[in-house]
Design a protein around this ligand. Structure first.
Ligand SMILES: Cc1ncc(COP(=O)(O)O)c(C=O)c1O
Length: 385
Protein backbone atom coordinates (compact mmCIF):
# COMPACT_ATOMS: atom_id res chain seq x y z
CA UNK A 1 0.00 0.00 0.00
CA UNK A 2 1.42 3.44 -0.86
CA UNK A 3 1.80 5.98 1.92
CA UNK A 4 3.76 6.27 5.14
CA UNK A 5 2.80 3.84 7.87
CA UNK A 6 3.73 5.32 11.23
CA UNK A 7 1.48 3.15 13.39
CA UNK A 8 3.71 0.20 14.25
CA UNK A 9 2.65 0.33 17.90
CA UNK A 10 -0.82 -0.72 16.66
CA UNK A 11 0.53 -3.57 14.58
CA UNK A 12 3.50 -4.46 12.40
CA UNK A 13 3.72 -6.25 9.04
CA UNK A 14 4.63 -9.93 9.06
CA UNK A 15 8.38 -10.36 8.64
CA UNK A 16 9.33 -12.42 5.56
CA UNK A 17 11.39 -14.83 7.73
CA UNK A 18 8.31 -15.37 9.91
CA UNK A 19 6.04 -16.02 6.95
CA UNK A 20 8.54 -18.54 5.60
CA UNK A 21 8.76 -20.35 8.95
CA UNK A 22 4.96 -20.55 9.20
CA UNK A 23 4.30 -21.72 5.62
CA UNK A 24 4.68 -25.53 6.10
CA UNK A 25 2.28 -25.43 9.07
CA UNK A 26 -0.35 -23.66 6.99
CA UNK A 27 0.08 -26.36 4.40
CA UNK A 28 0.76 -30.09 4.81
CA UNK A 29 1.92 -29.99 8.47
CA UNK A 30 -1.60 -29.25 9.66
CA UNK A 31 -1.93 -31.77 12.49
CA UNK A 32 -3.55 -31.20 15.86
CA UNK A 33 -0.78 -31.25 18.49
CA UNK A 34 -3.02 -33.26 20.84
CA UNK A 35 -3.45 -36.15 18.35
CA UNK A 36 -1.32 -39.22 18.95
CA UNK A 37 -0.71 -40.14 15.29
CA UNK A 38 2.21 -38.99 13.15
CA UNK A 39 0.51 -35.75 12.02
CA UNK A 40 -0.23 -34.88 15.62
CA UNK A 41 3.28 -35.72 16.80
CA UNK A 42 4.77 -33.55 14.08
CA UNK A 43 2.57 -30.61 15.18
CA UNK A 44 3.35 -31.25 18.85
CA UNK A 45 7.09 -31.22 18.17
CA UNK A 46 6.78 -27.89 16.31
CA UNK A 47 4.66 -26.39 19.09
CA UNK A 48 7.07 -27.45 21.83
CA UNK A 49 10.05 -26.20 19.85
CA UNK A 50 8.27 -22.86 19.41
CA UNK A 51 7.62 -22.76 23.15
CA UNK A 52 11.28 -23.47 23.86
CA UNK A 53 12.35 -20.64 21.55
CA UNK A 54 9.90 -18.08 22.98
CA UNK A 55 11.05 -19.10 26.47
CA UNK A 56 14.71 -18.70 25.52
CA UNK A 57 14.01 -15.24 24.06
CA UNK A 58 12.99 -13.98 27.53
CA UNK A 59 15.21 -16.21 29.69
CA UNK A 60 12.40 -18.51 30.85
CA UNK A 61 12.07 -22.29 31.02
CA UNK A 62 9.90 -23.97 28.35
CA UNK A 63 7.25 -25.06 30.86
CA UNK A 64 6.78 -21.48 32.05
CA UNK A 65 5.35 -20.30 28.69
CA UNK A 66 1.59 -20.51 28.05
CA UNK A 67 0.50 -19.66 24.51
CA UNK A 68 -2.56 -17.41 24.41
CA UNK A 69 -4.68 -15.73 21.75
CA UNK A 70 -2.64 -12.51 22.07
CA UNK A 71 -1.57 -9.85 24.54
CA UNK A 72 -5.09 -9.10 25.73
CA UNK A 73 -5.69 -12.70 26.72
CA UNK A 74 -2.31 -12.94 28.44
CA UNK A 75 -3.08 -9.80 30.48
CA UNK A 76 -6.55 -11.09 31.43
CA UNK A 77 -5.17 -14.46 32.46
CA UNK A 78 -2.53 -12.80 34.62
CA UNK A 79 -4.88 -10.40 36.40
CA UNK A 80 -8.12 -12.38 36.65
CA UNK A 81 -6.34 -15.72 36.97
CA UNK A 82 -4.47 -14.40 40.01
CA UNK A 83 -7.51 -12.71 41.49
CA UNK A 84 -9.76 -15.76 41.14
CA UNK A 85 -7.24 -18.22 42.56
CA UNK A 86 -6.64 -15.90 45.52
CA UNK A 87 -10.36 -15.37 46.10
CA UNK A 88 -10.77 -19.14 46.18
CA UNK A 89 -8.32 -19.48 49.07
CA UNK A 90 -8.69 -16.17 50.94
CA UNK A 91 -12.20 -14.98 50.04
CA UNK A 92 -11.02 -11.54 48.97
CA UNK A 93 -7.93 -9.51 48.15
CA UNK A 94 -6.72 -6.31 46.54
CA UNK A 95 -5.79 -6.10 42.84
CA UNK A 96 -3.40 -3.31 41.90
CA UNK A 97 -2.30 -1.71 38.64
CA UNK A 98 -0.94 1.61 37.39
CA UNK A 99 -3.22 4.27 35.92
CA UNK A 100 -1.55 4.05 32.50
CA UNK A 101 -2.09 0.35 31.80
CA UNK A 102 -3.48 -0.87 28.50
CA UNK A 103 -7.23 -1.53 28.64
CA UNK A 104 -6.46 -5.27 28.62
CA UNK A 105 -5.07 -4.89 32.15
CA UNK A 106 -7.18 -1.98 33.35
CA UNK A 107 -10.52 -3.53 32.40
CA UNK A 108 -9.45 -6.91 33.79
CA UNK A 109 -8.67 -5.17 37.10
CA UNK A 110 -12.08 -3.45 37.01
CA UNK A 111 -13.71 -6.83 36.33
CA UNK A 112 -11.96 -8.21 39.42
CA UNK A 113 -13.49 -5.25 41.27
CA UNK A 114 -16.95 -6.30 40.01
CA UNK A 115 -16.22 -9.74 41.44
CA UNK A 116 -15.35 -8.34 44.88
CA UNK A 117 -11.68 -7.39 44.70
CA UNK A 118 -10.43 -4.21 46.30
CA UNK A 119 -9.21 -2.24 43.29
CA UNK A 120 -6.21 0.06 43.70
CA UNK A 121 -5.07 2.18 40.73
CA UNK A 122 -1.65 3.72 41.28
CA UNK A 123 -1.13 7.27 40.02
CA UNK A 124 1.73 8.39 37.78
CA UNK A 125 3.72 11.60 37.39
CA UNK A 126 3.47 14.06 34.49
CA UNK A 127 5.65 11.81 32.32
CA UNK A 128 3.54 8.73 33.05
CA UNK A 129 6.06 7.17 35.49
CA UNK A 130 4.84 5.14 38.41
CA UNK A 131 5.79 6.49 41.79
CA UNK A 132 7.40 3.64 43.71
CA UNK A 133 6.37 5.18 47.04
CA UNK A 134 2.69 4.70 46.10
CA UNK A 135 3.41 1.05 45.33
CA UNK A 136 5.15 0.56 48.70
CA UNK A 137 2.02 1.84 50.45
CA UNK A 138 -0.25 -0.84 48.98
CA UNK A 139 2.03 -3.82 49.56
CA UNK A 140 0.87 -4.34 53.19
CA UNK A 141 -2.57 -5.16 51.68
CA UNK A 142 -0.89 -8.29 50.24
CA UNK A 143 -2.58 -7.89 46.83
CA UNK A 144 -3.39 -10.94 44.68
CA UNK A 145 -1.35 -9.27 41.92
CA UNK A 146 0.34 -5.97 41.11
CA UNK A 147 0.45 -5.17 37.38
CA UNK A 148 2.76 -2.47 36.00
CA UNK A 149 3.48 -2.38 32.27
CA UNK A 150 7.09 -2.34 31.09
CA UNK A 151 6.68 0.21 28.29
CA UNK A 152 3.60 2.30 27.60
CA UNK A 153 1.81 1.84 24.27
CA UNK A 154 0.60 5.44 23.94
CA UNK A 155 3.42 7.65 25.16
CA UNK A 156 6.29 5.14 25.43
CA UNK A 157 7.18 5.71 29.10
CA UNK A 158 9.41 2.94 30.44
CA UNK A 159 8.34 2.01 33.96
CA UNK A 160 10.75 1.16 36.78
CA UNK A 161 9.81 -2.52 36.41
CA UNK A 162 12.95 -4.05 37.99
CA UNK A 163 12.50 -1.85 41.07
CA UNK A 164 8.71 -2.43 41.30
CA UNK A 165 9.17 -6.19 40.83
CA UNK A 166 11.91 -6.24 43.48
CA UNK A 167 9.69 -4.53 46.03
CA UNK A 168 6.81 -6.91 45.33
CA UNK A 169 9.12 -9.92 45.62
CA UNK A 170 10.44 -8.65 48.96
CA UNK A 171 6.85 -8.33 50.21
CA UNK A 172 5.84 -11.78 48.86
CA UNK A 173 3.43 -10.23 46.34
CA UNK A 174 2.98 -11.60 42.79
CA UNK A 175 4.09 -9.08 40.14
CA UNK A 176 2.88 -8.97 36.51
CA UNK A 177 4.21 -6.83 33.69
CA UNK A 178 2.72 -6.24 30.26
CA UNK A 179 5.78 -6.30 27.99
CA UNK A 180 3.79 -6.26 24.74
CA UNK A 181 5.35 -2.98 23.53
CA UNK A 182 8.66 -3.29 25.38
CA UNK A 183 9.79 -6.67 24.06
CA UNK A 184 11.96 -6.13 20.98
CA UNK A 185 12.54 -2.51 21.98
CA UNK A 186 14.47 -3.05 25.18
CA UNK A 187 16.06 -5.94 27.05
CA UNK A 188 13.30 -8.07 28.58
CA UNK A 189 14.61 -11.01 30.65
CA UNK A 190 12.68 -12.83 33.34
CA UNK A 191 15.95 -14.28 34.71
CA UNK A 192 17.28 -10.79 35.45
CA UNK A 193 14.17 -9.23 37.03
CA UNK A 194 12.22 -10.80 39.93
CA UNK A 195 8.86 -10.74 38.17
CA UNK A 196 6.30 -13.55 38.21
CA UNK A 197 4.08 -13.01 35.17
CA UNK A 198 4.85 -11.35 31.83
CA UNK A 199 2.67 -10.80 28.74
CA UNK A 200 3.86 -10.85 25.13
CA UNK A 201 2.14 -10.45 21.76
CA UNK A 202 3.55 -11.57 18.41
CA UNK A 203 1.98 -9.01 16.08
CA UNK A 204 3.92 -6.11 17.60
CA UNK A 205 7.17 -7.81 16.51
CA UNK A 206 6.59 -8.79 12.90
CA UNK A 207 4.80 -11.97 14.01
CA UNK A 208 1.23 -13.05 13.25
CA UNK A 209 -1.85 -11.59 14.91
CA UNK A 210 -3.88 -13.63 17.37
CA UNK A 211 -1.04 -15.21 19.32
CA UNK A 212 0.76 -14.16 22.46
CA UNK A 213 2.15 -15.73 25.57
CA UNK A 214 2.00 -15.45 29.31
CA UNK A 215 5.20 -16.29 31.16
CA UNK A 216 4.25 -17.85 34.51
CA UNK A 217 7.12 -18.31 36.94
CA UNK A 218 7.22 -21.93 38.20
CA UNK A 219 5.10 -22.24 41.33
CA UNK A 220 2.84 -19.22 40.68
CA UNK A 221 -0.81 -20.32 40.84
CA UNK A 222 -3.49 -19.08 38.41
CA UNK A 223 -7.08 -20.05 37.76
CA UNK A 224 -7.83 -20.59 34.05
CA UNK A 225 -10.40 -18.24 32.50
CA UNK A 226 -11.78 -20.73 29.99
CA UNK A 227 -12.62 -24.38 30.39
CA UNK A 228 -12.10 -27.28 28.02
CA UNK A 229 -9.28 -29.72 27.30
CA UNK A 230 -5.97 -29.79 29.08
CA UNK A 231 -3.95 -27.81 26.53
CA UNK A 232 -1.40 -25.28 27.76
CA UNK A 233 -1.28 -27.05 31.15
CA UNK A 234 -5.03 -26.46 31.45
CA UNK A 235 -4.45 -22.71 31.61
CA UNK A 236 -5.61 -21.97 28.06
CA UNK A 237 -7.63 -24.88 26.73
CA UNK A 238 -8.39 -25.21 23.02
CA UNK A 239 -6.48 -26.55 20.01
CA UNK A 240 -3.26 -24.58 19.72
CA UNK A 241 -2.49 -22.43 16.69
CA UNK A 242 0.70 -24.17 15.59
CA UNK A 243 1.57 -21.99 12.54
CA UNK A 244 1.15 -18.85 14.66
CA UNK A 245 3.27 -20.31 17.49
CA UNK A 246 6.04 -21.15 15.01
CA UNK A 247 5.85 -17.63 13.55
CA UNK A 248 5.84 -16.07 17.01
CA UNK A 249 8.98 -18.02 17.96
CA UNK A 250 10.82 -16.85 14.84
CA UNK A 251 9.75 -13.22 15.41
CA UNK A 252 10.80 -13.35 19.08
CA UNK A 253 14.16 -14.86 18.22
CA UNK A 254 14.86 -12.24 15.55
CA UNK A 255 13.78 -9.45 17.92
CA UNK A 256 16.38 -10.58 20.46
CA UNK A 257 19.16 -11.28 17.96
CA UNK A 258 18.74 -7.89 16.29
CA UNK A 259 17.82 -5.84 19.37
CA UNK A 260 20.81 -3.50 19.36
CA UNK A 261 20.62 -2.80 15.66
CA UNK A 262 16.86 -2.27 15.74
CA UNK A 263 16.98 0.07 18.73
CA UNK A 264 19.64 2.18 17.01
CA UNK A 265 17.43 2.33 13.89
CA UNK A 266 14.31 3.32 15.86
CA UNK A 267 16.15 5.86 17.97
CA UNK A 268 17.85 7.64 15.06
CA UNK A 269 14.58 8.00 13.15
CA UNK A 270 12.48 8.89 16.20
CA UNK A 271 14.96 11.55 17.32
CA UNK A 272 15.02 13.06 13.83
CA UNK A 273 11.20 13.05 13.70
CA UNK A 274 10.95 14.63 17.14
CA UNK A 275 13.53 17.34 16.43
CA UNK A 276 12.02 18.09 13.00
CA UNK A 277 8.50 18.40 14.38
CA UNK A 278 9.63 20.60 17.28
CA UNK A 279 11.40 22.89 14.83
CA UNK A 280 8.42 23.18 12.48
CA UNK A 281 5.63 23.29 15.11
CA UNK A 282 7.08 25.40 17.94
CA UNK A 283 4.15 25.01 20.36
CA UNK A 284 4.12 21.22 20.05
CA UNK A 285 4.51 19.33 23.33
CA UNK A 286 6.33 15.98 23.46
CA UNK A 287 4.44 13.81 25.92
CA UNK A 288 6.54 11.85 28.42
CA UNK A 289 9.51 13.83 27.13
CA UNK A 290 11.13 13.81 30.57
CA UNK A 291 11.04 10.04 31.08
CA UNK A 292 13.01 7.17 29.59
CA UNK A 293 10.92 6.14 26.58
CA UNK A 294 10.56 3.20 24.19
CA UNK A 295 12.65 4.09 21.13
CA UNK A 296 10.03 3.42 18.43
CA UNK A 297 7.35 5.75 19.68
CA UNK A 298 6.66 9.49 19.78
CA UNK A 299 3.54 11.08 21.24
CA UNK A 300 2.91 14.80 20.78
CA UNK A 301 0.16 17.20 21.80
CA UNK A 302 -0.90 19.97 19.44
CA UNK A 303 -2.74 22.90 21.05
CA UNK A 304 -5.62 24.37 19.03
CA UNK A 305 -5.83 21.37 16.72
CA UNK A 306 -8.94 19.24 16.27
CA UNK A 307 -8.13 15.58 16.98
CA UNK A 308 -10.35 13.94 14.41
CA UNK A 309 -9.70 16.47 11.68
CA UNK A 310 -5.94 16.09 11.93
CA UNK A 311 -6.08 12.27 11.88
CA UNK A 312 -8.43 12.20 8.89
CA UNK A 313 -6.42 14.87 7.02
CA UNK A 314 -3.18 12.95 7.59
CA UNK A 315 -4.85 9.78 6.37
CA UNK A 316 -5.96 11.58 3.19
CA UNK A 317 -2.34 12.64 2.67
CA UNK A 318 -1.24 9.00 3.08
CA UNK A 319 0.26 9.27 6.57
CA UNK A 320 -1.02 6.65 9.03
CA UNK A 321 -0.69 7.69 12.67
CA UNK A 322 -2.98 7.24 15.64
CA UNK A 323 -4.35 9.21 18.52
CA UNK A 324 -3.31 6.74 21.18
CA UNK A 325 -3.95 3.04 21.50
CA UNK A 326 -5.65 1.50 18.46
CA UNK A 327 -8.64 0.44 20.53
CA UNK A 328 -9.39 4.10 21.11
CA UNK A 329 -9.20 5.19 17.49
CA UNK A 330 -12.57 6.05 16.09
CA UNK A 331 -13.59 7.67 19.35
CA UNK A 332 -12.93 11.23 20.45
CA UNK A 333 -12.72 10.42 24.13
CA UNK A 334 -9.64 11.91 25.73
CA UNK A 335 -6.86 9.41 26.28
CA UNK A 336 -6.96 7.87 29.77
CA UNK A 337 -3.16 7.75 29.73
CA UNK A 338 -2.81 11.48 29.04
CA UNK A 339 -5.51 12.18 31.65
CA UNK A 340 -3.60 10.18 34.26
CA UNK A 341 -0.50 12.23 33.36
CA UNK A 342 -2.49 15.47 33.73
CA UNK A 343 -1.77 16.14 30.05
CA UNK A 344 -5.24 15.90 28.45
CA UNK A 345 -6.28 19.44 27.53
CA UNK A 346 -9.55 20.35 25.84
CA UNK A 347 -9.07 21.58 22.26
CA UNK A 348 -5.75 19.80 21.91
CA UNK A 349 -4.94 16.91 19.58
CA UNK A 350 -2.48 14.20 20.49
CA UNK A 351 -0.75 12.09 17.90
CA UNK A 352 1.14 8.86 18.35
CA UNK A 353 3.72 8.22 15.65
CA UNK A 354 5.38 4.82 15.89
CA UNK A 355 8.15 3.40 13.75
CA UNK A 356 8.93 -0.03 12.40
CA UNK A 357 11.88 -1.94 11.07
CA UNK A 358 11.07 -0.98 7.48
CA UNK A 359 10.54 2.73 8.21
CA UNK A 360 13.08 4.75 6.21
CA UNK A 361 14.82 8.11 6.70
CA UNK A 362 13.15 9.27 3.46
CA UNK A 363 9.71 8.47 4.93
CA UNK A 364 10.54 10.50 8.04
CA UNK A 365 11.62 13.47 5.89
CA UNK A 366 8.39 13.20 3.90
CA UNK A 367 6.35 13.02 7.12
CA UNK A 368 8.18 16.15 8.30
CA UNK A 369 6.85 17.97 5.23
CA UNK A 370 3.31 16.65 5.47
CA UNK A 371 2.51 16.72 9.22
CA UNK A 372 3.34 20.44 9.83
CA UNK A 373 1.46 21.43 6.66
CA UNK A 374 -1.64 19.48 7.71
CA UNK A 375 -1.46 20.88 11.26
CA UNK A 376 -1.35 24.48 9.92
CA UNK A 377 -4.27 23.77 7.61
CA UNK A 378 -6.38 22.25 10.38
CA UNK A 379 -5.58 25.21 12.61
CA UNK A 380 -6.52 27.68 9.87
CA UNK A 381 -9.88 25.94 9.39
CA UNK A 382 -10.54 26.16 13.15
CA UNK A 383 -9.70 29.88 13.16
CA UNK A 384 -12.08 30.71 10.31
CA UNK A 385 -15.01 28.66 11.60
C1 LIG B 1 0.78 -2.59 25.93
C2 LIG B 1 -0.20 -3.46 25.24
N1 LIG B 1 -0.79 -4.45 25.92
C3 LIG B 1 -1.66 -5.28 25.36
C4 LIG B 1 -2.01 -5.15 24.03
C5 LIG B 1 -3.01 -6.10 23.43
O1 LIG B 1 -2.35 -7.05 22.63
P1 LIG B 1 -3.16 -7.87 21.52
O2 LIG B 1 -3.46 -6.92 20.42
O3 LIG B 1 -2.22 -8.97 21.11
O4 LIG B 1 -4.37 -8.41 22.18
C6 LIG B 1 -1.44 -4.12 23.27
C7 LIG B 1 -1.86 -3.91 21.87
O5 LIG B 1 -2.37 -2.85 21.53
C8 LIG B 1 -0.50 -3.25 23.89
O6 LIG B 1 0.07 -2.26 23.22
Amino acid sequence: MPGIYLDHAATTPLRPEVKEAMAPYLDDRFGNPSSIHAWGREARAALEEARERVAAAVGAARREIIFTGGGTEADNLAVLGRWRVTRRSLGSAAVVCSAVEHKAVLNAVLQAGEEGAQVVILGVDGDGRLELGALEEVLPLRPAVVSVMWGNNEVGTIQPVPEAAGRCRAAGVVFHTDAVQAFGRLRVRVDEVPLDLLSLSAHKLGGPKGIGALYVRAGVQLEPLTHGGGQESGMRPGTQNVPAAVGFARAAELAVEQLERNVAHYRALRDRLEAGLRERIPDLVVNAGGAPRLPHLLNVSLPGVDQEMVLVSLDLEGVAVSSGSACQSGTVEPSAVLMAMGRAQPGEASLRLSLGLATTAAEIERALEIVPRVVSRVRAVAETS
